[in-house]
Design a protein around this ligand. Structure first.
Ligand SMILES: [Zn+2]
Length: 384
């Protein structure tokens, strides 16, 4: 009865059936054993000679496929796949499991869910949710990317984006290349150094594209990506988007806050939540708003840094290129001036460093106003 129900849920049809269900309470796992029925060979033909005179010769060793979870239980499909023999030409082959996905060890349903979740959350989080190893999810993703890109012609490719993705909890990095016109994923290369651009360039040639046809690369401000673009795509303008700039800004503000917290014992309490200063004003709870007001009254560097953050954010919301250019220049000199003041010199130094990086990459930052649609949020396949 329950076996029948599982067979229906798995959409097995009449060629396969569930022969055994086992609940392994300790491992929070349900094992579903599937076997072929007498109808398996109906309508099947030999892949070699196309004749239908087939028999089941024997069964291969048992294999396992990860399947969807049921509540807190993980489901695993088990089967000894039948091997068919053609009586006419004597060919033997293992019959493919209809539930198998692109990965040999997971079901189609499992992969569909994993891919959907990976569009919305980091791979490590999906791994926890689905109770599987990150590496496995990454392999599935990779096979799908490979399948997608095999279909593509890159001869029209001019605007690309590249971003690093951390897998295996930060022990390994992968650089993902994206087409900024249609926001599709093009290519993934191991590592996050300049060399990934060489790998991408090789692929580009294979797909009838040309590195000198690339006019724009959207990326973070890492020196290795920069040198990768410089040595491979000489006509490309480097564009730094707000997403990455905001990341660096938040890091700098975090440092300002912790410097002040470490040295000013009397206000330590007000500074114990550094994440608060990375939030937008409208996302703050009333209590947090009061904290920021107090820090402002006390003339703290952290409150100043927060003001600077809000003002930079406003500049990035500007649609006009000239306003953005003037605003950014004014913002940078504002930060430098405040950071020169004796009482803030030490505390605001991380923010000063950040402002210096903006100056260094000024052209690349301003370039985003030329193509205002370069916003990470537009990515259909956001991997973060
Ligand atoms: Zn045959």
């Amino acid at each position: 009865m329950t076996e029948q129900l599982f067979a229906e849920m798995l959409n097995l049809g009449d060629k396969w059936e569930v022969s055994k269900l086992e609940v392994l309470a300790e491992q929070s796992c349900i094992e579903v054993t599937i076997k072929d029925t007498a109808k398996l060979l109906e309508g099947m033909e030999c892949p070699c000679c196309k004749r239908t005179d087939l028999i089941i010769k024997d069964h291969a060793n048992e294999r396992l496929w990860d399947h969807l979870q049921m509540w807190t239980y993980k489901t695993v499909l088990k089967c000894r796949l039948p091997r068919a023999l053609c009586k006419s030409c004597k060919k033997t082959w293992t019959i493919r499991a209809p539930w198998e996905g692109v990965n040999k060890h997971s079901s189609k349903d499992f992969e569909a869910l994993a891919l959907t979740l990976m569009r919305h959350m980091p791979v490590s989080k999906v791994g926890k949710l689905m109770k599987v190893d990150d590496q496995k999810l990454w392999r599935i993703l990779r096979v799908y990317i490979d399948k997608e890109r095999a279909k593509l012609d890159w001869s029209e490719l001019t605007r690309i984006g590249v971003d690093e993705l951390s897998i295996a909890k930060g022990h390994r990095y992968v650089s993902v290349f994206v087409d900024m016109e249609n926001h599709s994923v093009l290519f993934a290369a191991d590592g996050k150094d300049a060399q990934v651009f060489e790998q991408f360039t090789e692929e580009l040639y294979l797909k009838d594209g040309h590195p000198h046809a690339i006019t724009e690369v959207s990326m973070d401000m890492s020196p290795s990506y920069k040198s990768g673009v410089d040595s491979n795509m000489r006509n490309a303008r480097k564009v730094f988007d707000y997403f990455h700039i905001a990341q660096n800004l938040n890091k700098a503000i975090g440092k300002v806050c912790s410097r002040e917290r470490r040295t000013k014992g009397d206000i330590r309490n007000l500074l114990k939540k550094p994440r608060l200063f990375q939030k937008n004003r409208d996302k703050l709870k009333e209590k947090d708003q009061q904290t920021i007001e107090k820090l402002k009254e006390l003339n703290t560097a952290t409150a100043m840094a927060y003001q600077m953050r809000l003002s930079l954010q406003d500049i990035f919301k500007t649609k006009s290129e000239i306003k953005a250019l003037l605003g950014l220049k004014a913002w940078i000199s504002w930060v430098h001036n405040e950071a020169e003041k004796e009482m803030w010199k030490y505390f605001l130094n991380p923010l000063k460093k950040f402002a210096e990086s903006l100056t260094k990459h000024f052209d690349g930052i301003i370039a985003r106003w030329m193509h205002s649609d370069i916003l990470r949020s537009n990515l259909k396949f956001d991997l973060r």
